[in-house]
Design a binder for this molecule. Sequence first.
Ligand code: 1PR
Length: 552
Amino acid sequence: MPTVHLLDYVAGNVRSLVNAINEVGYDVEWVRSPEDLKDAQKLILPGVGHFGHCISQLSDGGYLGPIKKHIESGKPFMGICVGMQALFDGSEEDPNVPGLGIIPMRMQKFNNQTKSVPHIGWNSAIKTTSDSRSQSFYGLSPNSKYYYVHSYAALYTPGELEKDGWSVATASYGDEEFVGAIARGNIFATQFHPEKSGQAGLRALRAFLNGDQVQSLPTEASIDGRKASGLTRRIIACLDVRANDTGDLVVTKGDQYDVREKSGVDAGGQVRNLGKPVDMAKRYYEQGADEVTFLNITSFRNCPVADTPMLEILRRTSETVFVPLTIGGGIKDTIDTDGTQISALDVAKMYFKSGADKVSIGSDSVFAAEEYYAAGEKLTGKTAIETISKAYGNQAVVVSVDPKRVYVNSPEDTNHHTIKTEFPNDAGQQFCWYQCTVKGGRETRDIDVWQLAKAVEAMGAGEILLNCIDKDGSNSGFDLELINDVKAAIKIPVIASSGAGVPEHFAEVFNRTTTDAALGAGMFHRGEYTVSQVKDYLGAKGFLVRQFESNI
Ligand code: 1PR
């Protein structure tokens, strides 16, 4: 196999990139010291997290000069995400850290007054000059969508980069247009993650590796993709995974978090078994799921952390599933079976190395939020959310919330943030607050979802996965009141979860709330609907969605 050099200098979470490179027919040679760069013909620089952190790591390792030399020598270079940002003069994220200065522009933060930041999801990369509409660079198609996750961007001014010979493909987020991909001569760089962008991303990666700078696009691509430009509605398939009573790992699904059978042949308390995690993840990827989330809903007892079966599930899934993977369950400071202390960051690291893109933290974030308020809203820098987001970036940390409704007669009856609901309870109470729970809903805590959301945003969480125990498994639609309430509290994106039963529920949640994404579980697992049916329905209702591209 031909090879490409990969510089994995910071985070070590490049397994999916390696899998994607293999998938398009190349082998990876690792750059382990600046000297290795001398041998590199083709070089890829990925990057996650903070701009300043990435550049400082490169600088401290002695890589900056050799990278610049490689680029100036005319050998192929590809930068991904922060690896693209490194080519610029600098970034508002860390104003005192200079970039490589190859592109005379600076990264700026997205305006979060009108939209959620980070910008997370599938967006366009459309060539800016329309004169050669049937041609693009590196196989980028105006009809394809690519996976982005970032808070800082190279905001686009028409002509500014093109006058220096750069080819630019842009995307729009709200009213801001930014650079999605950029190329000139031997350089190709993408703000999006090609390794997480399904077949469209693999096509771009392969074009770079094969040196196909100018590629004619399939004929259907000559339609004006700008009509369909912008961020798509994100649909996530979620797999709750646990060991069943015979020790096999299965995808299960509860009703209000109770996963044991109540009727049928397995009635009498067997864990509901809906299939195998890796196979199901692949199926949802091929149906067009924009992300796949695995929740380890019971910790695997008496199992050393390094052998937890979820690691193997991630490794195998990331070989065939080229969309973002989130893993939740048990992300906290832990004592291993041999008595060793393992930090939440180390647990997360194992997951990232095995192919996860984000970790989802449940119970531990509730405890951290309680401590945050007890200390007078002071950050310690020691929580799982803070340590992981510092090392891997905010976008890598999801907080999974499991709230329950608590009804009251009036807002004065509680210290918690209440809403007036359209759905009073049987006793006629018209107000409720959402109480946070831990340990899979088994224990309630004296903190509400509004408090929790604000605290975890302050700690550096990048996204909220908003479940609702009352709605879970009910097929009765999302809790729109809860979603609107949480959206009003914070700026980071929210994933609506719990209650989806039919495609109409997805249209409803996107119409009646400002949620950033929506998640389904049971309706997909039971085979009642496919992810593509949900997307077809949304498309027919005028929502922008990404459809699965079947080949590269
Ligand atoms: O607390 O950090 O160890 O994380 C545990 C994680 O496991 C949390 O994210 C928690 O939500 C999840 N969890 C724990 N117990 C259960 C259970 O069901 N017994 N599942 C559980 C949570 C909720 C959603 C579900 C949606 C959509 N599952 O992920 O998929 O409600 O379902 P639907 O579309 O079928 O209605 P920690």
